[in-house]
Ligand binder design. Structure first.
Ligand code: CA
Length: 432
């Protein structure tokens, strides 16, 4: 593996000549990838975030900065998505990261001392517009938080039958919809649809009365696999490029009526928001930690040694229309997830299903063990029975028109943060 604990690009002592505050999500230890566009140049390009700047990686490739890596002269950043880079594999990921890390170091003069080069490849973040980082072919959503599954199961089936019998054996998931995955900042209209009728009456049809967020994270698949050839759990890490924050918006009333027997459909596919910066697994390596104990032990194809969880603190804040500020309504952590990303990918492909570069796999709602760590309004308000009191006044059962939901998250290092920025979006009134 290229990504080991002593990876020099992860050294906590590294500093960039680009100023980076301790609270910044984008120190030299992070180097997340995104796709951006400048007002003065219509062409989408690939960049890496560093402090308050974007490093233009497409321009670096144009200048041959990656010619000495395994890529040779092959162009992978000459596009409007990260897909070609994702397809190039973990050796390329690691070598490109090493080149960029060295170039940004405070003791490396090549870029630091070349004002002309700096001006052409370092762009203030305020001057760029972020774009979808990846052309997502397929989107799969898992259900990997035992706490979330237990809470939802308790609400729908009672405490004694909260977890389905398959839950501790199968990383449960379903196929979502890639076309409605949107970038942070995209506002969504309240969906309309059918909900559960009273008795034998016709189902009510209209704007959802139970629009919700789901606090999730997702990963992007790297090289991908061939139809019929599973990715083993040992191989899984080489197929996972990096992660983003995900808000998997949901309409609980539509979901509750439609989900039998085939599962989630229109209550889920009206929008899924992702953050613009993709944090590589290599940057997250120092923050790996033990996950929950898996008992019963998983079947052999899902068994793997070593730390599979990652310590990523995540917060959800809500800002109502006309409100003075956003209020934090949930604090959770990615490490709570019962099923790891490697287990998700191994399970997804064990039947021979192929995956492709840029496929998005989301975790499912990440709820922690305590009520303030529940990752959806459904759980925070316990099915709407216990309204959430907002710290600044007002209350919510589900989301109201004009509500803005913002999710942020980061790994806390010693004096620095490897962060994800944020994913934000607003619920607009239903279209008439
Ligand atoms: Ca979900």
């Amino acid at each position: 593996m290229s990504s080991e604990m002593n990876n020099p690009t992860n050294d906590a002592a590294l500093r960039s000549f680009v100023p980076v505050s301790p609270e910044s999500h984008f120190p030299i230890q992070n180097l997340p990838y995104g796709v951006f566009r400048c007002a003065h140049n219509e062409r989408s390009r690939i960049g890496v975030a560093i402090g308050e700047f974007v490093l233009d990686v497409t321009a670096l490739e144009d200048r041959g900065f990656f010619d000495q890596t395994v890529l040779g002269g092959r162009r992978v950043f000459d596009g409007s998505s990260l897909n070609a880079f994702l397809a190039s594999g973990h050796t390329a990921w690691s070598e490109v990261r090493a080149v960029i890390s060295r170039l940004l170091r405070d003791d490396e003069p090549r870029l630091r001392d070349d004002a002309g080069l700096r001006d052409s490849v370092l762009i203030p973040m305020g001057r760029v517009e972020m774009r979808m980082p990846v052309a997502i072919g397929d989107y799969t959503d898992f259900y990997s938080s035992r706490e979330h599954a237990t809470n939802v199961g308790t609400m729908f089936r009672g405490k004694d039958n909260a977890l389905m019998p398959n839950y501790l054996w199968v990383p449960v998931g379903y196929h979502g919809r890639a076309s409605s995955v949107v970038l942070s900042g995209t506002d969504l209209h309240r969906p309309v649809g059918q909900s559960s009728p009273d008795g034998n009456a016709a189902p009510p049809f209209g704007p959802s009365q139970a629009v919700d967020f789901e606090l999730e994270m997702g990963f992007f698949v790297g090289p991908g696999s061939e139809l019929g050839r599973p990715i083993s759990i040992e191989e899984a890490r080489e197929h996972i490029f990096g992660m983003v924050l995900v808000n998997d918006w949901s309409a609980r009333d539509i979901q509750k009526w439609e989900y039998v027997p085939l599962g989630p459909f229109l209550g889920k596919n009206f929008g899924t928001s992702i953050s613009p910066w993709v944090v590589s697994m290599e940057a997250l390596e120092p923050f790996r930690c033990e996950g929950p104990v898996q008992e019963p032990g998983p079947l052999p194809y899902l068994s793997i040694q070593g730390n599979q969880a990652i310590d990523i603190g995540i917060e959800v804040s809500l800002r109502g229309e006309g409100s003075d500020g956003a209020e934090v309504i949930c604090r959770s952590n990615f490490r709570h997830l019962y099923w790891s990303m490697a287990q998700q990918l191994a399970h997804h492909t064990v039947n021979g299903c192929d995956v492709r570069p840029g496929d998005l796999m989301a975790s499912g709602t990440i709820s922690g063990p305590t009520p303030d760590s529940y990752g959806s309004m459904l759980e925070l308000s316990w099915g709407g029975q216990k309204p959430v009191t907002l710290p600044g006044g007002g209350e919510r059962r589900f989301l109201e028109d004009g509500d803005r939901v913002t999710i942020t998250g980061w790994c806390q290092g010693d004096g620095y943060r490897v962060g994800f920025g944020e994913v934000t979006g607003r619920i607009l009134p239903a279209r008439r």
